[in-house]
Design a protein around this ligand. Structure first.
Ligand SMILES: [Zn+2]
Length: 561
């Protein structure tokens, strides 16, 4: 499940929750029941302890841990006799990810005519600026203007066309490249008033036409300089063929921000009225003739990731051309060495290790079944879901199979956790991550099944009623739900592509997107029940006489993000 800023933009124009769906009498035969029982809690636990192990490093996209997980899935599919359905007869659909990086060998930096090695003595923190700059420099203290605190380091300075040098006082934050000065709190920088009542150095530089921001190194940056030179100078990876920037929670400044080494800083301030590295913090314009020359050349860096795609062929000579698709995302958010605390690896056991291994177990059960279903079954493990549903979007825009023959898609994203009745953390409990909306042991949230096809809705509900009778909770199956779960996992791109979907989800909990989302916290009995039920739902769909009719259209509002 993808984490997004809560976008509560939904107006009253959206459609009302779906009306009740006609019940369909689903009958589960003893043979089908036996086939589903090949999925066991023990098997799910074994697979998940592999996929969510620390060795996978949190399965970031792209990463070696994600590639190993893909190889693990592929190896099993091959052993079980699946047909590869990715690129060129392989199980992988390869996805190129690209970004701009500074080409240090072609890039030149000078201070007052003296050469410095870009990438060693100066790095680019953000922005994509290329080309030539030859700009005078102004020093603006810590660069924060906060009128309510009488802070204005820009008084009497003209920054237009100049590089604004600021001294960083600590660790850059997620919100600002330069941390807020001591004594300034979030209350002093209201949501409105940026650029007039208050400004961080980058927004001030941008609003006032500066040539860029140069961050002078704090003690923190100086100590971690080798990390600085490795980490910066790269823009964010994007999917080359989709060419859309990752949705970011912080607006990307168009002003380029650079970080200077201590050596560079000392050269810049030599002979000036004070050196910020020695504690000087009064703003001033550096001497005339003292300019920084920058000639930055970008190059494109390509990395690869992949969806894992496989087909189980149906037995009916005509219907086998049609497919029921089943999927999960096998990526998570990786490792963060800068995270506070001991645990640096986000294992993603529930999100979405649980879906990854549930789909794998469904594949194994299908391969063990004595009969084949009538239609074929398409398995897709998606990469990059956490980055913005990359894998699902890519598969739907550049499908490796004839996607109009996909009659429905079943998406599994988080089905492994249950609410412990002795540990209900209310969402208004101060300082704690709540879990009160987590589904109970015999309960699961079902989303989207009735939005496009009454038949799919009825099969989804009817299979559960005819089998384990779990509590299907349709609370989030409402386009007006402010959590917007419908938009936040892979099925979204299938629905947008005209394919009816059902999505199973256990709810947000205290370990959601935390390093503590680990395999030991999973309720494997629940996972077994949900996975068996989805297996049979898939089976009922493959054996339907006619493909589920699309008798409702998604409202236009639902197809936009
Ligand atoms: Zn997630």
């Amino acid at each position: 499940m993808r984490k997004t800023l809560l976008t509560v933009l939904l107006g009253a124009s959206l459609l009302a929750p779906s009306a009740a769906v006609a019940q369909v009498a689903v009958k589960i035969t003893p043979a089908e029941r036996r086939a589903a029982e090949a999925i066991t809690a023990q098997q799910l636990s074994t697979y998940l302890h592999f996929v969510a192990s620390d060795a996978m490093g949190g399965r970031d996209t792209p990463s070696q841990g994600l590639d190993i997980t893909a190889e693990f899935i592929r190896m099993n599919l091959e052993r079980w006799g699946f047909k590869p359905a990715g690129d060129n007869g392989s199980f992988f659909q390869r996805i190129a990810l690209t970004r701009d990086v500074v080409d240090p060998s072609a890039t030149k930096v000078t201070v007052g005519g003296q050469n410095f090695a870009f990438g060693e003595e100066m790095v680019r923190f953000s922005g994509n600026g290329t080309g030539t700059v030859n700009a005078p420099v102004v020093f603006a203290g810590n660069g924060w203007m906060v009128k309510s605190k009488n802070l204005d380091p820009y008084a009497g300075l003209d920054v237009k066309g100049k590089l604004v040098a600021v001294i960083s006082e600590g660790q850059p934050s997620n919100r600002f490249p330069v941390p807020m000065p001591q004594g300034v709190t979030g209350a002093d920088i209201p949501a409105a008033g940026r650029g007039t009542d208050w400004a961080d150095p980058v927004s001030y530089a941008q609003a006032n036409g500066a040539a860029g921001v140069l961050i002078l190194p704090s003690k923190f940056l100086t100590e971690g300089w080798s990390f600085v030179t490795q980490a910066f100078g790269r823009s964010r990876l994007t999917v080359d063929k989709l060419r859309r920037e990752t949705v970011s929670s912080t607006p990307r400044p168009t002003t380029s921000v650079y970080v200077a080494s201590p050596k560079f800083t000392n050269a810049l301030f030599a002979g000036e009225q004070g050196n910020p590295l020695s504690g000087y913090n009064t703003s001033f314009a550096l001497g005339s003739g003292k300019t920084i020359g920058l000639n930055i050349v970008n190059k494109t860096e390509t990395q690869w990731t992949q969806n894992v795609v496989a087909l189980w062929e149906g037995r009916d000579p005509n219907l086998k051309n049609e497919m029921v698709a089943i999927g999960a995302h096998y990526d998570h958010v990786g490792t963060n060495l800068n995270a506070p605390g001991e645990d640096k690896i986000w294992n993603g056991a529930d999100d979405d290790g649980s879906g990854t291994v549930a789909v794998l177990s469904i594949a194994e059960a299908l391969a063990q079944s004595k009969v084949r279903p009538k239609r074929s079954v398409l398995f897709v493990w998606h990469a990059g879901e956490e980055k913005g549903l990359w894998g699902a979007e890519y598969f739907n825009k550049f499908p490796t199979v004839d996607v109009k023959n996909v009659v429905a898609q079943l998406n599994i994203d988080m089905i492994g956790r249950s609410l412990d009745p002795n540990n209900v953390i209310k969402c208004d409990a101060p300082g704690k991550r709540c879990n009160e909306e987590l589904s109970k042991a015999n309960e699961i949230y079902v989303i989207g099944s009735e939005m496009m096809s009454s038949t799919l809705g009825a099969i989804t509900k009817g299979t559960n009623n005819a089998y384990l009778k779990m509590d299907y909770n349709y609370k989030y199956d409402d386009p007006k739900d402010p959590n917007r779960f419908f938009f936040r996992s892979d099925h979204f791109h299938y629905a947008q592509n005209g394919i009816p979907i059902t999505f199973w989800f256990d709810g947000v909990h205290e370990d959601y997107h935390q390093p503590s989302d680990t395999a030991d916290k999973i309720d494997y009995q629940k996972m077994e029940k949900v996975a068996r039920t989805i297996f049979l739902t898939m089976w009922e769909l493959t054996d339907l006489k006619e493909r589920p009719k699309i008798d409702k259209q998604l409202p236009a509002e639902l197809t936009q993000r």
